[in-house]
Design a protein around this ligand. Structure first.
Ligand SMILES: C[S@@+](CC[C@H](N)C(=O)[O-])C[C@H]1O[C@@H](n2cnc3c(N)ncnc32)[C@H](O)[C@@H]1O
Length: 270
């Protein structure tokens, strides 16, 4: 019976009907599969990291937003956290990094100074943001990252982050957080780089993409690559523009990325 229902839903039900069913039942996972959440890229990354953390035996993990501004993104993240904690037995700690004063001053071409001015996107109500069940680390990432790096804990490893600080220098500082002991992360860290695709001014030579390239060049066993599984997870819907902005930080030196299988060999039957 279950198989029959599944066949009807996945193979025979048209997409618009699936969407209606999803909205009516408001099932977080089904909504995620059809990208019906407000920020499908946050829903996807947070859900995947929660599933991975659970599968690997963790009881909690940390999700970070770099660049909080007025808190729109962190509020959404916090709503998803509540939904995910209901369906997966895991706790999620949310942390937001921001200057609190908006964009820092820069005239470096790699920061695209023609696109931003000092003070763009300030934080308006810090207390309100803190009420979204998150912790805020306020100050320039240049200073807060080295400080926070010392506070990293294996009890709540980082499993997801959204990068939304817009410019090269800030992204470079943020990525320094991923150079600590491998146990402070999940073996695969799902990540979303908001300013890496979808606009003409994004290039490999500036901004977030340049910071990613430099991170990869300077770390042998930590690499950030595009998420090559995201489209496969959403086969029910047409290709989405945000897939290009989903990445995974591969922690190749993680203890859970070593060969640990014991037992029978896998056999391909035909
Ligand atoms: C586009 S806004 C973030 C938008 C937010 N994520 C949202 O979803 O509404 C970019 C933010 O990055 C922050 N930012 C940029 N460079 C930073 C730095 N070096 N240190 C701390 N915060 C920084 C700015 O303060 C700004 O609020």
């Amino acid at each position: 019976m279950k198989k029959l229902l599944s066949l009807i839903y996945y193979k025979l039900t048209p997409l618009f009907l699936k969407k209606i069913l999803c909205i009516v039942t408001s099932n977080f996972r089904h909504k995620e599969l059809l990208a019906l959440h407000d920020r499908p890229w946050y829903a996807y990354g947070l859900l995947k990291s929660a599933e991975l953390a659970k599968k690997k035996g963790y009881s909690r993990f940390t999700a970070i937003e770099f660049g909080v501004a007025s808190g729109r993104g962190i509020r959404i993240l916090s709503n998803y956290k509540k939904e995910i904690e209901k369906i997966i037995d895991i706790k999620i700690d949310i942390v937001g990094f921001d200057t609190g004063q908006g964009m820092p001053k820069t005239n470096d071409y790699r920061d695209l100074p023609d696109k931003y001015i000092e003070g763009d996107f300030p934080m308006i109500d810090k207390k309100k943001i803190e009420s979204y069940d998150c912790k805020l680390e306020l100050g320039d990432l240049k200073k807060t990252i080295p400080f926070y790096k010392k506070k990293l804990t294996t009890k709540s490893p980082i499993g997801f982050f959204a990068m939304d600080v817009d410019i090269y220098t800030s992204t470079k500082h943020a990525l320094n957080l991923f150079k600590a002991n491998s146990n402070c992360y999940l073996p695969y860290v799902f990540c979303y780089f908001d300013d890496s695709g979808g606009r003409h001014h994004f290039t490999r030579f500036t901004g977030e993409l340049l910071a990613i390239e430099e991170f990869n060049n300077s770390n042998k066993l930590r690499k950030i690559d595009i998420d090559r599984g995201v489209w496969n997870e959403h086969k029910l819907i047409p290709n989405q523009i945000w897939y290009d902005r989903c990445f995974i930080l591969h922690v190749f030196d993680h203890k859970l990325r070593k060969n640990s299988r014991i037992g029978k060999k896998k056999i391909i039957n035909f």
